[in-house]
Design a protein around this ligand. Structure first.
Ligand SMILES: [Zn+2]
Length: 138
């Protein structure tokens, strides 16, 4: 898929998921070798949200974008958009780390990352499956 086509898919899903508060977000998308905000090896895409504005930078792995089918791409887009929708919740949860010492911070962050990724992925798959019949193929 080309970057232009990917941007159209992101816009489509942001509109579709607007009840999550996504419709007004500005989404800046860049193709990279490896998405940098992620600590996960082989990440397909990653988002970094502005703390003060509804602005997000999305990085997408070039090789994955080139080799993946539309269903895989749509699922990853939905996953990343749900992370965006959780920005304020994530910020609030992470503020507690200033009151924790090591090793509690490391344990807390790793546990939270693991649980967040699993939950976001389950929501993304559920939303994809429940809206698949209405998805416009492009
Ligand atoms: Zn994720």
């Amino acid at each position: 898929m080309t970057l232009a086509a990917f941007k159209r898919r992101v816009a489509f899903w942001a509109e579709r998921l607007k009840p999550l508060g996504l419709a007004h977000w500005e989404i800046d998308i860049e193709v990279v070798d490896e998405p940098s905000p992620s600590t996960l090896y082989g990440a397909k895409a990653a988002v970094t949200c502005s703390s003060n504005y509804d602005l997000v930078w999305m990085e997408v792995a070039e090789g994955w974008l080139h080799d993946s089918d539309l269903e895989e791409i749509d699922k990853v887009i939905m996953h990343e958009l749900i992370h965006v929708a959780m920005r304020d919740l994530d910020d609030s949860i992470h503020r507690v780390t200033q009151y924790l010492g090591e090793p509690a911070v490391s344990v807390w962050k790793e546990e939270l990352r693991h649980e967040t990724e699993g939950f976001v992925d389950r929501i993304a798959r559920t939303l994809y499956l429940t809206s698949r019949s209405n998805v416009v193929q492009s």
